[in-house]
Design a protein around this ligand. Structure first.
Ligand SMILES: CCCCCCCCCCCCCCCCCC(=O)NCCO
Length: 587
């Protein structure tokens, strides 16, 4: 009797187990099939989008061929510095259409080599014609073609941020900044490439592909405003616009060798700028101009800081460009550093800061040593824990339903690994990387666990800001110069291995300080030789050293930082450095 009962239990157990196995296998197969069809649908969308862009490129090519402009004359226009181009347009020496054609032609050529443009803005031609038809030449940017990062919303265009799911969702209106640019007479003419979700210093996504560095195609132009930096540096645009929540304007400017300005987050309107970090107000993103020369950067900043922007976005303090700060001759006291206390910058970046220091001194300014406080903690506990405050959920949700690009694999991995598993792996990771800060960074990127912790996070960041500003004030500083990044442009696919090098830029996102990226020099053979003395113990150090081999000739920028809302002073410091170098015959 007993054995019959046992047998019955045994049989029903096996029946239930079999049924469960069949159901589970069914669910798994169903999910695989669903995934297959979803991916197929996404790739169809990619092909559709690529076809549309190719059509737009062909249309532009045909248009340009039909215009019959003299190639040499167009090239000459592209070689003009910003001030001469502006003057030529204002005086009527060049028509807006001619200048546009020059830049369209050049952008197409550059794009064939670097893949930095996502698509041309075909309405540009009508905009230029309409400017040419009006007698009065209004606006500081009258007739100047400008390029825009792909996340700037434009009427009739989508903003994908490299996500396939966002293709074909067209915006009904231009971003406020785009409206302001148009009001100032600028002609938006191309949109430029970005990395998927814009949270890395690479520049690739499954829709538009990968952008190459103008100096070395095996290296990245940086990100996330990488397409802009590549296009401007290679001569395909003279002024462009980007966004920055961790260095995305400054780092690509440094990797490619153009000018960039990350503004104070509240100084310029961000209405109509797409980002996955909207709603995260502790470390806010910023927008800002990028340019081929410093005059262009100043002109673009002046142009957008105008009454029209304040009328369109009433939340922005009406603080127009203060020329008296930019033009002032008051001697300045500037702090400098080449090592932020986490990762030492490579010799080329150190030399660039020392060149800037000498130039400022030659201009009669005082330059003293400055140590930014607690940078490792700033990076892990403040920056990473905030930008991934939701445990990276927003990023993860956007990527997991999409086609993840290689440049976001690590982000995907970190956001997927449960906190407890990461905690268990801590010791091993620390042993491998020889870097407790890196391990803390990984833990911090799991974000905050409650609203209470999020509020505390805001308080901790505020306390750090106070501490930093106190140190700044105690020394009576007007500004700080330092590296933009711990090394120069790295090979494609290598950014994750050196991500800690970004602390030089991320710091000023935590603080909300405006910061400029100023091209100063190129890596020399001596710089590379001196890498021998670069530390080689921790994971990031080893990788920075490795990535810096073969970097001779790559551009090196310097970062110029001032207190919030002092963009004019940042530009002045940049100008003083350039003037100082010129007077020393170095630039
Ligand atoms: C120890 C490694 C920790 C990695 C954790 C990754 C999780 C958080 C991701 C943050 C990475 C920050 C890189 C910043 C890149 C620049 C982003 C930027 O400025 N984007 C502009 C957006 O408008």
């Amino acid at each position: 009797m007993r054995s019959e009962v046992l047998q019955m239990i045994e049989e029903s157990f096996f029946t239930i187990a079999k049924a469960a196995a069949i159901i589970l296998a069914g669910i798994a197969v169903g999910q695989i099939i669903q995934h297959y069809f979803w991916r197929r649908h996404l790739w169809q969308k990619v092909r559709q989008r690529q076809k549309e862009c190719q059509k737009a490129f062909r249309k532009l090519d045909d248009d340009l061929n039909s215009l019959n402009f003299d190639e040499e004359a167009l090239q000459a226009i592209c070689n003009l510095p910003t001030s001469e181009l502006q003057e030529g347009l204002q005086s009527g020496k060049y028509s807006a259409l001619e200048v546009l054609a020059a830049y369209q032609t050049k952008a197409l050529q550059v794009n064939k080599r670097l893949n930095c443009v996502t698509e041309p803005i075909l309405e540009a031609k009508a905009n230029a014609k309409s400017l040419d038809e009006h007698a009065e030449k209004e606006g500081l940017l009258y007739g100047i073609p400008v390029s825009l990062k792909e996340n700037y919303q434009l009427k009739g265009y989508d903003c994908t941020m490299g996500l396939v799911n966002y293709t074909g969702k067209l915006f009904k209106d231009d971003a406020v900044l785009v409206k302001v640019l148009r009001k100032q007479g600028a002609i938006p003419f191309v949109r430029t490439n970005i990395p998927q979700i814009m949270m890395t210093y690479e520049c690739s996504n499954p829709i538009y592909g990968r952008t190459d560095n103008p100096y070395d195609a095996t290296r990245t132009p940086g990100g996330s405003t990488g397409g802009e930096a590549a296009l401007i540096t290679a001569g395909g645009s003279i002024i462009g616009f980007g966004s920055d929540i961790g260095g995305s304007i400054r780092v690509p400017s440094h990797f490619c060798g153009c000018y960039g300005l990350k503004t104070t987050p509240e100084r310029l309107s961000q209405k109509g700028i797409s980002s996955l970090s909207k709603g995260q107000f502790i470390v806010s993103g910023s927008v800002g101009p990028m340019a081929r020369d410093l005059d262009g950067l100043v002109l673009a900043t002046k142009a957008i800081l105008c009454d029209y922007m304040y009328a369109l976005d009433r939340s922005i303090p009406p603080l127009s460009f203060r020329d008296e700060i930019f033009q002032s001759k008051r001697p300045l006291k500037i702090g400098y550093y080449v090592n932020d206390g986490y990762l030492q910058s490579v010799p080329a970046c150190q030399r660039a800061v020392m060149m800037a220091k000498t130039a400022l001194e030659a201009q009669g300014h005082t330059v003293i040593s400055f140590d930014p406080p607690d940078v490792p903690r700033m990076w892990t506990e403040l920056y990473l824990k905030t930008v991934a405050g939701d445990g990276g959920r927003k990023f993860y949700e956007a990527i997991q339903k999409d086609i993840p690009d290689r440049c976001v694999w690590n982000l995907l991995f970190i956001t997927r690994v449960p906190r407890w598993l990461l905690w268990c792996m801590k010791t091993i990771i620390r042993l491998v990387t020889q870097d407790p800060v890196h391990t803390e960074g990984l833990m911090s990127s799991k974000g905050c666990r409650s609203v209470c912790e999020w509020w505390q996070q805001a308080e901790v960041v505020e306390a750090y800001k106070d501490k930093f500003m106190k140190k700044w004030d105690d020394l009576g500083l007007d500004g700080v110069i330092c590296p933009v990044f711990a090394c120069v442009a790295v090979p494609h696919g290598y950014v994750t291995e050196i991500i800690g090098a970004g602390t030089y830029s991320m710091l000023y996102n935590v603080l909300n300080y405006p910061a400029g990226s100023l091209p100063l020099t190129k890596v020399t053979s001596e710089d590379v030789q001196q890498l021998e003395n670069y530390p080689n113990r921790r994971y990031f150090e080893k990788n920075i050293k490795k990535a810096s081999e073969g970097s001779i000739g790559l551009p090196v920028n310097v970062q110029c930082v001032c207190l919030p809302f002092q963009e004019e002073l940042v530009l002045r410091v940049m100008k003083e450095i350039e003037t100082g170098l010129k007077s020393m015959g170095d630039h």
